[in-house]
Ligand binder design. Sequence first.
Ligand code: AMP
Ligand code: MN
Ligand code: MN
Length: 330
Amino acid sequence: MIDSKAAEHARTASTDEVIAELRRRSAFVMVSHVKPDGDTLGAGLALGLALRSLGKRVHYYQEGLVPRNLRFLPDAEKVSSEVPADLPADALWVFGDMSDTGRAGEKLPPLERQNILNIDHHLANTRFGALNYVLEKECSTGTCVMHLLRALKVAITPEIATCLLTTIMTDTGGFMHSNTTSEVLHLSADLIAFGADREEIANQIFANKRVAAMRLLGQALSTAQLDDDGRYCWTIVDDAMLAACGADGEDTEDIIQHLRAVDGVEVAALFKAFDNEVRVSLRGNGRINVQEAAARLDGGGHFRASGLTYHGSVAQAQGAVREALRAEGL
Ligand code: AMP
Ligand code: MN
Ligand code: MN
């Protein structure tokens, strides 16, 4: 049943409504999703920098650590897994780049909807905020933030530009994915003019690999399987492989893009079997909606990039994922 209040919440907030709320509040907590990427962190840091320039108090909440390759982001050292004890009751919690609050982890204090702003670009966002600035056509949460900053008329400093260009380069795969529209390239050009260093960001987020990550990539690719007449490519990474390579979870980032790049592949899957759960990444090449496939198993994401966490054995996860993909047309 949809009551009028729920329908009101489901509505996408206008840019003017969001900036009015940002102006009204004096304290903010920027919340990024677990296993943070350059979009969730860059969007929160950019908005935080802008709000601080307006004299606001800003905190950054992240359940885990900032990954090694994102510590170059301006203010990354301010990101914390603690909520300040003296936070005012009317602080606005700004969730960036997540389709539901669960993606922020399990350690957040209970929050009232009226204190939540949801800025996102995922499909099937659950509209958990009082205001939901959910722009599914945007390439990154960072470009949603960029629209807000333009409306707020704050100066885009080189630091803000660096955070925002990082969100774009992260979620477009360095301008390679299908979400790299002409508008995205124009926004990126503006950010470079404002002082973002594209080469430095590319080095930080796409190079800078530890040799352990390369060894792990080699193992994961050498054990990859092709199924469904070559349309489905998948591989497994587990704790033993990490240990053998001296790698950790952060060293798994690049693997899936190589699986998707195999000629004829329509869907790629990476099964990460760590700590008694299986985190699955899915990537599609445009025919199969991997967001719908992930949603069948309580995950989510985008048409061409999605993920889920499976509670069970890796063999069970493989079976369930294949079934979900077949239901979506694999
Ligand atoms: P990943 O494969 O972890 O890079 O994630 C790809 C996309 O799927 C991102 O947009 C994530 O936000 C989304 N995603 C990953 N894991 C989950 C999950 N457990 N639930 C919902 N969305 C997810
Ligand atoms: Mn993300
Ligand atoms: Mn994103």
